[in-house]
Design a protein. Sequence first.
Length: 287
Amino acid sequence: MALALATFLPAAPHIGQSLEKIRVITTSADLKSLAEAVGGDRLAVESLTAPEQDPHTLEVKPAQLARLRNAELIVRIGLDHEPWLARLSSPGVPVVDASKSARLLQTEVPRLRVERRAHVHAFGNTHYWLDPRNAHPITAAILAGLVALRPGEKAAFEANRDRFLSRLEERIAVWEKTLERYRGTKVVVVHDSWAYFADRFGLQIVAAAEPHPGVPPSPAELATLFKRMRESQVRVLIADPHANPALVRQITEKGGAKPVTLLPSGTDYIALLEENVKRLSASLNPD
């Protein structure tokens, strides 16, 4: 009986192991979700940005700044996605830069437009979490950061990560099957944030409407875009929730593509990708 009871009793904490939750700050809701997938209830995680916010122009509130400086671990997207972070983070607080281990696209340095303006993401496209397989290296980096703080909880963190990745791989198989018949489909995007999602699921991005993130295209640039859309027989325009509705309407009316709004960020990582696959599939389905 004693052995049977011991099987169901929680393990005693290791000597010296802190029962306090690890204070983690992330720069996006997506990284918060992934950190929680690894750390489970051992973490107290706060994201500095909500899914609907523009992370490039974030203004950190005083309360957030205080928590940022008291954090035990910061998890960031990296590259040049959060230009404001360098002046805010406190020396001595360990930082996990998830971009260091992720598979990156568009990494030529620097990327220049034809008009010689540097692209805002000059060191690679920063939206790498939208390739669901990048969750493997991202969570590996988070795991390493957490184990450095709590080495006695390594096994628990590894088990959490393994369970999450197993569930994610099951969903990836479903998503790939759902979108398989649309591989090679040509699309246009409003903002250049869908390279990873398109690459994973076999979409071909013909062009991005915005010459620079947040900057509307000129009449000449729009005319070139419409011509390219017609020549390439683009079927779908992918817009973000914050895209200019008038611009989306103009592109769909004159370019002949069907609009679909996909979500670049979310509070639940798997649910975010699930919703995007669902929306894209519905927009491509001719029935």
